[in-house]
Design a protein around this ligand. Structure first.
Ligand code: MN
Length: 242
C-alpha cells in the first residue's frame, strides 16, 4: 500500500497509485536535520541591469518576466553538472534563491518578507543556443532552461540565522578566473517586489523557490570546467562540468 504523500492521516483509506509516485524533492537546511520540500521553481529574467544590457535589452523599459524550472531539475550541493544533450553553448548564471515558507495570492509588498524562509546560492544553467532559437521563433523556453540537472543549488540558509541580506557581493569563477560579478543591491526587482508581483499571477505556496536573476558575465562552460559560485553572507557552491 502506498503512503499518502500529503501525510494525511484521517478520512478514509490512503490512495493506491498505479505506480509509485515520484519522491518529494527537498533541499537540506543549514543547521537543521529538517529538509525544505520543494513545490515550484520560479525564475526571474533580466533582473540585473548589466545582464539585461549584455543580452541586448534596455533594463529601464521592461517589466520583469518569469519562467519556471521543474523541482526535479535541482541538483543539491557541490558536485557535478552533466553537460546536457542537444546543445553546444551551455552557460552559467549564478543566482540568489529565495525560499518561501508561506504564500498566497496578491501578497502586499509590506507583508511579502513574512513568507521568506531563507536563501541559497544556485546556478540557472542554460542551453543558450536553444534559448536563442526559442526567442527567434517565439517558442517557450523549457528546452533552454528546464532540463535535467539544470538547477544546481546549495543548502538553504534560514533567514532566522542570517536575516534578509539586501547587499553583498555575487560572483562566479570558472577554473579560478572571475566570470560574473555583481551585488545583491543591484537587483532591479527586490525580493519583496518579486514575491508580490509573482503572487499576482500565481498562487504562491510554502516550498516555492524563486531564482532571482543573474548579474552580467554569463558565458559558456566546457566539460571539466570548475565553477565556484559565491554570495556574501549566504554561501558558496562548487560544481564541475562533467
Ligand atoms: Mn537566470
Amino acid at each position: 500500500m502506498s503512503t499518502n504523500p500529503a501525510g494525511n492521516t484521517g478520512g478514509g483509506p490512503s490512495p493506491r497509485y498505479v505506480f509509485a509516485p515520484a519522491e518529494t524533492v527537498a533541499v537540506p537546511v543549514v543547521g537543521s536535520d529538517a529538509l525544505f520540500p520543494v513545490h515550484r521553481i520560479y525564475c526571474v529574467g533580466r533582473n540585473y541591469a548589466a545582464h539585461a544590457v549584455e543580452m541586448g535589452h534596455d533594463p529601464d523599459k521592461e517589466l520583469p518576466f518569469f519562467f519556471q524550472k521543474n523541482p526535479d531539475n535541482l541538483s543539491i550541493g557541490d558536485g557535478e553538472f552533466p553537460y546536457p544533450p542537444r546543445s553546444s553553448d551551455v552557460h552559467h548564471e549564478i543566482e540568489l534563491v529565495v525560499a518561501l515558507s508561506g504564500g498566497g495570492k496578491d501578497i502586499p509588498l509590506e507583508s511579502a518578507m513574512d513568507h521568506v524562509f531563507g536563501y541559497a546560492v544556485a546556478l540557472d544553467m542554460t542551453r543558450r543556443d536553444l534559448q536563442a532559437e526559442a526567442k527567434k521563433l517565439g517558442r517557450p523556453w523549457e528546452v533552454a532552461k528546464a532540463f535535467e540537472h539544470s538547477a544546481p543549488c546549495a543548502p538553504l540558509v534560514p533567514a532566522s540565522q542570517i536575516g534578509h541580506p539586501t547587499e553583498g557581493a555575487v560572483w562566479l569563477d570558472v577554473n579560478g578566473e572571475r566570470r560574473q560579478t555583481g551585488d545583491l543591491n543591484q537587483l532591479i526587482w527586490k525580493v519583496p517586489e518579486m514575491i508580490s508581483y509573482l503572487s499576482s499571477m500565481f498562487e504562491l505556496r510554502a516550498g516555492d523557490l524563486i531564482f532571482s536573476g543573474t548579474p552580467s558575465g554569463v558565458a559558456a562552460v566546457e566539460r571539466g570546467d570548475r565553477m565556484h559560485a559565491h554570495i556574501d553572507g549566504i554561501g558558496a557552491l562548487k560544481v564541475t562540468v562533467a
